[in-house]
Design a protein around this ligand. Sequence first.
Ligand SMILES: C[S@@+](CC[C@H](N)C(=O)[O-])C[C@H]1O[C@@H](n2cnc3c(N)ncnc32)[C@H](O)[C@@H]1O
Length: 220
Amino acid sequence: MKIDILTLFPNMFTNFLNESIMKRAINKALVEVNIIDFRSFSTLNNNQVDDTPYGGGGGMVLRCEPLVSAIEHYKTPDSLVILLTPQGKTYTEKMAYELKEVKHLILVCGHYEGFDERIRNFVDLEISIGDYILTGGEIPAMVITDSITRLIDGVIKEESYQNESFNNNLLDYPTYTKPADFRGLKVPEVLLSGNHEQINKWRKEMQLKNTQDKRNDLLK
Ligand SMILES: C[S@@+](CC[C@H](N)C(=O)[O-])C[C@H]1O[C@@H](n2cnc3c(N)ncnc32)[C@H](O)[C@@H]1O
């Protein structure tokens, strides 16, 4: 799978792509991630990419030309172009599973006040990572890249994400590690029993209880 990220701030991705699971997935060629500074597609003096809004008001607006030129340069028949915007469809784990099947994603990061409205005509999908405003699309691009990459075969063990929160609309069961007693807080006996049938039963019950207690909306 290939993910191209169009951004004005490529350095923001340096640590993200060079640590832990993302780094291993890239080194094993399970995913290819390219960070593209779309400023290089500007044809204006000083590589200008933004301008003041028509009608007045604060902030700078990303111009159409550099972004659309970059999209058209990298787009192929296999591509899905995604605009990161708080006005998009709210991102979920289900969408991560769907996007994992796409061969080539192009993630477009806005910044400043946002982008010229006409850019919307050149993308396939708009995604928001939640109802709050960030300074740019870079963190949303990382969120999407990370959540998809960990689902790609060979990146992490399948059993690691099979029971995870949001699979089958359930939250995960509680997990514990050593010591068995921490300041009087004890690990549930069943987990120390070695009886895997009982452990699986307990975990399923806890998934349901956790979901009822914390995210009842998922069960509707
Ligand atoms: C300050 S925001 C612009 C917000 C825009 N004026 C609005 O109210 O819809 C700058 C950029 O950050 C990104 N962004 C901010 N919040 C986001 C969110 N919740 N999800 C996805 N992208 C977001 C978008 O790319 C956006 O163009």
